[in-house]
Design a protein. Sequence first.
Lengths: 151, 151
Amino acid sequence: MSSTDGPGPELSRRLGYLLKHAQLRMAEQTAKALTPYGIDGRELAVLLVLADREPASQQQAAQRLDIDRTTMVALLDALEGKGLLSRHPHADDRRRNVVELTDAGHDILRRAARASDDAEREFLAPLSPRAAQQLRDSLQTIVTRPGGQSS
Amino acid sequence: MSSTDGPGPELSRRLGYLLKHAQLRMAEQTAKALTPYGIDGRELAVLLVLADREPASQQQAAQRLDIDRTTMVALLDALEGKGLLSRHPHADDRRRNVVELTDAGHDILRRAARASDDAEREFLAPLSPRAAQQLRDSLQTIVTRPGGQSS
DNA sequence: TATTGTTATACTCTATAACTATA
DNA sequence: TATAGTTATAGAGTATAACAATA
């Protein structure tokens, strides 16, 4: 299973290649870690955003996740179907849906987040603690800064 | 344009989130850099693999890129349509297609790779040179090592 | 019978447009 | 008229199955 494996250094040393494959591997490990809890990475992200501060509407939650409001509908449908959250119309503006985690939702979130943390640690295992922290910091810097939008 | 922006620290500090968004940003900048050359990042990857050492078949090239052979067909169709490569049956085994870069293909590859390098540098601009090199090394370590497949 | 390239098909993810109900 | 949620639809991207040519 390894005769013509590698893509060659010209490609495999490129930053785009490294980032893509690192992300793929992290996503795989996270998915595996979350399987026992019946949710995937995107659903965990939704739960995290909802738990952080209860958004006043589905649309607000969608904005924070940078996904379309139509995508959010199916995502919430699935999580509601699993009994992890509930929707009810906002008191002041009945067009909006207030989304709330159920007790089961809070419980799954807590345990799934822990499993996800473990997956992160496993992912970073080949690095020294200092290098791992450096990686985190550098990624955060790059993602946070506007970067290439300047001129 | 920044009232309800961020997803909140619980999500935005997670490694999965950081990797995904870093990758998205890198892909964006690469796409922008490659626009003048009429190819996208995946097509540049194909050209790089083909130029590295000419593969004896489409299938070999597909394996190196870790994509399906059926996906490779459409990819090569596009690049052939742009005049960047040519296909002809292998002399010894006429089931196989030998894929070769044309002169135009080599030329575009050279210039597109340079533009891609520039995009990488711009992407890493918010980091110190040492941190940038560290990031590269750490990603390479993680992608190269088997990582989470052990137990 | 097995393999290479190809085509047809389906499935996932996501975005756009249109519909409803509220405002 | 404008907005929140929803639905229907369509577009990428990719994988599976089936087919033709060749071995």
